[in-house]
Design a protein around this ligand. Structure first.
Ligand SMILES: Cc1cc2nc3c(=O)[nH]c(=O)nc-3n(C[C@H](O)[C@H](O)[C@H](O)COP(=O)(O)OP(=O)(O)OC[C@H]3O[C@@H](n4cnc5c(N)ncnc54)[C@H](O)[C@@H]3O)c2cc1C
Length: 415
């Protein structure tokens, strides 16, 4: 069987490698960094003195490709979430708490139940969601729902920013729709929130590396691809920082690195060119200043944070589409996010513990109508080159589900 060179050990490259080795292919995986996982991994943090995730990652129970990946690598039990599809929210301006709680089954009767829908909204307000089904590729979320819509601030904005990492004004309406029909439209079974119980690496990365090696794959770290040489429409050589690898005629290459290094290695590629930041804060709460209730997830309205996650004594906050915030100092960001945390979890605001701020300036590509047009297909213009990564054209946003789908697709097309 063909030898497949997979470049990049983020989730896209890992998914491709896992699927290929499981079908008996000889796989060599090359990763530029000293560790795998890319934008979805855990590491030991010196400030907090414990393992944390580089960023909070939320999955949904309808993320079938991600769940199938976990199943393949034997990590299917490593996620946790509530038994019900329930999204608690808190408004930092008014102090109001509420739940958005879709029901089981395909008929969305939850919008007729005041206790399950957003407070102050009517069932007819939810009809605007249907407009998304008909939106063409040029439409943004902001084109379909304006700021004065009763669900703008409490539903469309938090979910758009979380799913697309792009503001409602710029985020693609059809791309958001693709997620809504796969999750909320399936009722509670499709939109139960899930997070990695221990850490992202423990769920997605370490078991995948073990699986690849056990199936005979080879993994090289600190092998950064610089250039790809081609001849007569085929890839012939992979030029790494320190050495070259010849690609035989019958071999294949899966390129699963982000768009900027991918285009720099192979300038003929078309790739998205604009990116949005995500800012994360990790706070280790001291024993005397912790909330009584253990809540995995809390949506924040009217503050700086978008979502608060909780894992044991660590509280982590996410701010998506955060280019402006990412320009501020870590101290300023910490103040704003601690203020949200203390209010939302009823903590002593003056007892601010150490906070680790992580700014990912290129967290995802900007998921706007124009940038989406630049997403390339899996099959490239070169005979033996296949593209993977959350930025390739999966029809899904740049998420774990998108990255794993892209890797599986590349593996299927190689096969
Ligand atoms: C802070 C943050 C929060 C997020 N939150 C969520 C969330 O809640 N839910 C969700 O589903 N998704 C979320 N995402 C998105 C998700 O992390 C990504 O979509 C996914 O991890 C992308 O995987 P990938 O394999 O496509 O790319 P990457 O993870 O970027 O992997 C690419 C790999 O290629 C390597 N590489 C780069 N250049 C080279 C080179 N020249 N040679 C060799 N190797 C190279 C990199 O080191 C990396 O390991 C978030 C992302 C961030 C940054």
């Amino acid at each position: 069987m063909a030898h497949v060179h997979v470049i990049g050990a983020g989730l896209a490259g890992l998914a491709a490698a896992v699927k290929l080795v499981s079908h008996g292919h000889q796989v060599t995986l090359y990763e530029g960094a000293g560790h795998a996982g890319g934008r979805c991994r855990s590491y030991f943090d010196e400030v907090l003195e414990q393992n944390i995730d580089n960023g909070n990652h939320l999955l949904m129970s309808a993320n079938n490709e991600a769940l199938s990946f976990l199943n393949m690598i034997g990590a299917e039990d490593s996620l946790e979430g509530p038994d019900e599809a329930v999204f608690p929210f808190y408004d930092v301006r008014t102090g109001q708490h509420w739940l958005v709680q879709p029901n089981k089954g395909l008929i969305p009767w939850w919008i007729f139940d005041k206790a399950r829908r957003v407070p102050g909204t009517k069932p007819t307000d939810y009809l605007s969601i249907a407009k998304f089904a008909l939106a063409d590729g040029t439409k943004t979320v902001g084109d379909l729902v304006t700021r004065d819509h009763p669900l703008y601030e409490t539903f469309f904005e938090p979910f758009t920013v979380a799913v697309l990492n792009t503001s409602t004004a710029k985020g693609s309406a059809p791309l958001l729709w693709n997620v809504l029909i796969r999750t909320f439209a399936k009722g509670a079974d499709g939109c139960r929130p899930l997070v990695a119980r221990e850490g992202l690496s423990q769920s997605f990365v370490d078991p995948a590396l073990k699986f690849i090696e056990e199936k005979g794959g080879t993994i090289h770290f600190n092998r950064r691809l610089r250039e790809i040489s081609t001849q007569d429409g085929s890839i012939t050589t992979l030029r790494f920082a320190k050495d070259d690898v010849a690609v035989d005629r019958q071999d294949h290459v899966v390129l699963a690195i982000p768009p900027v290094p991918a285009q720099s290695a192979l300038p003929g590629l078309t790739v998205p060119t604009e990116f949005n930041a995500i800012v994360n804060a990790h706070i280790k709460l001291p024993p005397h200043n912790r909330p009584n209730e253990h809540q995995l997830l809390l949506g924040i309205i009217g503050g700086t944070a978008d979502w608060i996650f909780r894992r044991e004594e660590i509280v982590s906050l996410t701010v998506s589409a955060a280019d402006e915030l990412a320009e501020k100092s870590a101290e300023e960001i910490s103040d704003a996010l601690w203020n949200d945390t203390a209010k939302a979890l009823s903590l002593d605001v003056f007892d601010r513990p150490p906070i680790r701020i992580i700014k990912e300036k290129r967290a995802t590509f900007a998921q706007t109508p124009d940038q989406i047009k630049l997403r390339p297909k899996t099959k490239s213009a070169w005979r033996n080159l296949w593209l993977a990564g959350d930025w390739t054209d999966t029809g899904l946003p740049a998420t774990i589900e998108g990255a794993i789908t892209s890797g599986f697709r590349a593996a299927d097309q190689v096969r």
